[in-house]
Design a protein around this ligand. Structure first.
Ligand code: SAM
Length: 214
């Protein structure tokens, strides 16, 4: 349990992937959504640790909405099996170590100093819903709190590295079903789809670990 719940994370971890997502993926998804009445953007951060990853996504999306002067319903779900990490995530107060990769402009815009720590502003804090969910449970493809899957993007970064092929297959099956048609899957730097699922996902860029559901 201690190995599986290693919570190492930070804001904008693997900054190249986040830059790519901000420049190339999110604007495309938002543009597509504009075609619908009352559109909703659905994102799941699985293995979210203390919230650094889902809050980074919320910051990126807020930046895009401001730039495009456009808004849509935003659902960001974030799940983990570590209840203590989830409690910390909901508090949204971070040490310098967690925010050291955040650009100065974003740091001053989205965080307020609190002693030696940094408190995330309420707008971003309120954009993310946290829940306990085990990626190895076999009863559902997505957290019940998310009502249904159909996610435009699922982040599952630095979680798969801890599991053997059998468990990775179980997780990839879940991720595949939780994604909407042509939805995007974001993995960690050392991760790729297991052999059984390599034909289910297409890599969209050579530099980043972003895949699209086939
Ligand atoms: C190394 S952290 C990664 C955090 C974040 N995704 C990132 O890349 O920065 C791995 C997280 O996966 C969680 N985890 C491990 N096994 C899990 C499982 N079966 N279901 C859900 N979360 C799990 C751990 O509790 C931990 O918070």
């Amino acid at each position: 349990m201690d190995v599986l719940t290693i919570n190492v994370s930070r804001f904008f971890r693997d900054s190249l992937s986040f830059e790519y997502i901000a420049e190339r993926i999110l604007p495309v998804i938002v543009h597509e959504k504009k075609k619908f009445v009352d559109p909703c953007l659905r994102i799941w951060s699985s293995g979210c640790s203390m919230g650094e990853e889902p809050y980074t996504i919320a910051i990126l999306i807020n930046e895009i909405f401001e730039k495009e002067d456009f808004n849509l319903n935003l659902n960001i779900f974030a799940t983990d099996i570590d209840s203590k990490a989830l409690k910390k995530a909901k508090e949204a107060v971070y040490s310098f170590e967690s925010i050291k990769d955040v650009k100065y402009r974003l740091l001053t815009k989205y965080f307020k100093p609190k002693g030696e720590s940094f408190r995330l502003i309420p707008t971003i804090k309120e954009a993310v819903s946290f829940a306990f969910y085990n990626m190895l449970e076999k009863k559902s493809y997505a957290p019940p709190e998310s009502i249904y899957g159909d996610f435009d993007m699922v982040f599952c970064r630095n979680v798969l590295i801890y599991f053997n092929t059998e468990y990775q297959d179980l997780i990839f099956d879940k991720l595949y079903h939780a994604l909407a048609k042509h939805g995007y899957l974001v993995l960690g730097e050392a991760e790729k789809p297991s052999i059984k699922f390599q034909t289910h996902f297409k890599k969209v860029n050579e530099c980043c670990h972003v895949y699209q559901k086939m």
